[in-house]
Design a protein around this ligand. Structure first.
Ligand code: GLV
Ligand code: MN
Ligand code: MN
Length: 412
């Protein structure tokens, strides 16, 4: 059998094994710092150790395996992706990049490749930002960009990030020591999470950039009241206000649908009951765009609309910007090497801008970054139906091997 196919099958077997570890029976949920998350990290740690990597878990819970160069002064080339998931996730978003990275390093070890620089494989601990609604906790630490004011943020159970770090066995005072000082570059393999490759029937694509995003948490406070006695035109209904805001946001995004996407993915009616007029609603907003000016303008106009809807309905608004990241560009030299590897492997070169966020975003502030996308079934992601075919993973392994050979021989 084709050697890439054999390697891809091993990658898929590990992905399947990791997917069995979950917070909730019958689905895949492994959010940052939970017991199943730690169990999954331990599995990845053991795999890295077995492969012969110098393996550690850092203070934010990243699992890190090093393959050292003989030159102790050498810089570090990082291969990574994440092992946390959204709620009721698919198997491939994150783990594919980590476990393909492990396969690439196993191959380098087996071929006794001489390394002019260190290579570090990192399974980032929090890319999705589900628990604290702020993404990239793991990669920000490694990039030295972690904002310590985040330590007092609380999850929905009132547990602070500080406490989660302690529970995981980390020491939050030592987070600055986990940064990589001398970066050579960064490479991530990820499923596309969109339909382009599936529609074009092509296994891989090169990523040229990653869309910027703004995330906010919005609290509508009206007046809770009796559902049977308060006349319809005398209410200050927080949920009806939020509902109008949701539809207005969709309308605004549709007006520029070629450039922006906007999502209200979470909406919570506080102390809700069927016979109580909703007094308080908390919701999230996620707006994305590849162009910074368009992103900022869309975000501002959604915010203005929110305030005017609330004013009309006599409801109070508290708007909290939780996270903002600018659009990110992939490095030209690494991206050209990746294009060459795709071409040498016999595939057409497709360039894509990622609408999804990736750990390369914070890392791009301190290192050149590169990304390879792998086709996924109908572009479905953040959904249990997420799937990537083993033959496409095999194709991506061939491309990545060639890319790494080039990076190693020319120290790109
Ligand atoms: C991560 O998957 C994101 O783009 O939200
Ligand atoms: Mn994701
Ligand atoms: Mn991801």
């Amino acid at each position: 059998m084709d050697i890439y196919q054999v390697r891809a099958e091993k990658v898929v077997k590990r992905i399947e094994e990791l997917a069995l570890i979950t917070e909730e029976e019958g689905c895949i949920t492994r959010t940052f710092g939970t017991k199943p998350f730690l169990e999954g990290s331990k599995k990845v740690f053991d795999w890295m150790l077995e492969a012969g990597l110098l393996t550690t878990i850092d203070n934010i819970g990243n699992v890190r395996g090093k393959l050292l160069s003989d030159n102790p002064q050498a810089k570090t080339f990082v291969i990574g992706s994440h092992i946390d998931t959204v709620v009721n996730a698919g198997k491939f978003d994150g783990p594919l990049g980590v476990l393909m990275g492990l396969d690439l390093l196993e191959n380098l070890i087996q071929s006794k490749a001489k390394l002019p620089f260190h290579i570090e494989l990192i399974a980032f601990s929090d890319e999705e930002g589900v628990r604290f609604h702020t993404t990239y906790l793991g990669s920000k630490v490694v990039a030295g960009l972690f904002e310590s004011n985040k330590l007092d943020e609380k999850d929905c159970h009132g547990i602070s990030l500080k406490e989660v770090i302690n529970e995981m066995g980390g020491n939050y005072h030592l987070l600055p020591e986990d940064k990589i000082a001398e970066w050579l570059g960064y490479f991530e393999i990820h499923i596309e999470q969109g339909p382009v490759l599936y529609e074009k029937n092509i296994p891989v694509a090169v990523v040229t950039g990653i869309a910027g995003q703004q995330r906010a948490e919005i609290t509508f406070t009206g007046v809770a009241g009796h559902a049977g006695t308060v006349p319809m035109d005398m209410r200050q209904d927080a949920l009806a206000t939020a509902a109008e805001f949701v539809l207005e946001t969709e309308k605004l995004a549709l007006e520029q649908k070629d450039k922006i996407v906007a999502t209200i993915g979470k909406l919570e009616v506080i102390q809700s009951a069927s016979n109580v007029i909703p007094g308080k609603v908390v919701c999230t907003l996620d707006v994305r765009c590849a162009e910074i000016d368009v992103l900022n303008a869309a975000y501002n106009s959604i915010k203005e609309t929110c305030y005017s809807v609330a004013e009309k309905r006599n409801v109070d608004v508290k708007w909290n910007l939780v996270q903002g990241t600018n659009p990110t560009k992939c490095d030209e030299t690494l991206t050209n090497a990746l294009k060459e590897a795709i071409s040498q492997s016999g595939h057409p070169v497709i360039e894509l801008v990622s609408g999804a966020g990736h750990d390369g975003v914070p890392i791009s502030a301190v290192s050149p970054i590169s990304m390879l996308f792998v086709r996924c079934f109908k572009g479905i992601s953040h959904n249990p139906l997420e799937n990537a075919e083993t033959k496409d993973i095999a194709a991506a392994i061939e491309v990545s091997d060639k890319f790494l050979e080039e990076v190693i021989s020319n120290r790109l």
